[in-house]
Ligand binder design. Sequence first.
Ligand SMILES: [Fe+2]
Length: 354
Amino acid sequence: MRLKSIERIAVGEVLGKSVYDDKCQLLLARNVALTQNYIDRLKQASIQCIYIEDEISEGIEPENVVSQELKLKSVNVIQNVFKQATGKKSVGFDAMQVDQIKDIIDEMMEIVFSHRDTLYVMAELMGTDMYTYNHSAEVAVLSMLVAKSLGLNHQFIQKIGVGAMLHDIGKMKIPNEVLNKITPLSDEEMKLVKEHARFGYDILKESISISPISRQIILLHHEKLDGNGYPMRLTADEIPVHVRIVTMCDIFNALVSNRAYREKLNVDEALEILRAEAIYQLDREIYYHLLKVVNIYPPGTIVELSNGTIGIVIKENREAQTRPLVQLIVNNKKGDIVNLMDNLTLFITKTIEL
Ligand SMILES: [Fe+2]
């Protein structure tokens, strides 16, 4: 099984994992052979990528940290909580709603702490309309994995998870036309978008069951170490570690997601951008922990090697992530298996779509 962009799907290809729409209802079940009608339906639901089963990816089982069920449940809860905040100045979320978020975080915590070896795989399977909710769930899991890698304690990580889950709740006060605009934002619109950090903080002001750590994340997740962030233009020492973690994971997840105004980047490209930014704007230590928990070339990724051959990653290499086990593809058929650990002159030049 492997992830493939919807634009490249041909009639007759077989769906590897079920696809859900923006109400978290089943759109297409796994194992179905795709007809033109199905492909059109997926495009209408603005689904960007799907898992397919094909000959070259046979036997590959992509392993995600969070199951599809938990992901859907999280997106549902986030959507409900966020929608309550739409257009409101301050919402006194009742304890039950906050508890729902905390319950999801607890389920995620269990997974994060039980999987010692699972690397985070980005898989955006929902339409772009769902971006904010999907993104919130992804940033929460990723932030918890990074926090765990940093050795932070259990309670602290849970609060980071809640803050990460709610970090963009302030966007509910910004019109969708502005958030999803394809053309560049005007100065006025940009100013409004930047207000979402403060809006989010205000929305949750009265919800006493949300800890100050989670609140700080909501208010400060766009601050940068060099003082060029917002809303308070804080500098290095003023920005606490829990905020730095979520800032890093937020930018990373945004880069590897499809947005209304641009195509997503591959994980390796996104990490390269973050590496450059980590020198001035982001925390370098946190960057190294992000590198440890993210799967750069998850099984099923099609790669081009430095000798011009094409292959599919069949197994990651935890010791050296850029040197996985690759099965060559010749004329759309499986070829030899190359262990990049044994062939140090050979390396991956880029990720491609096939
Ligand atoms: Fe944000």
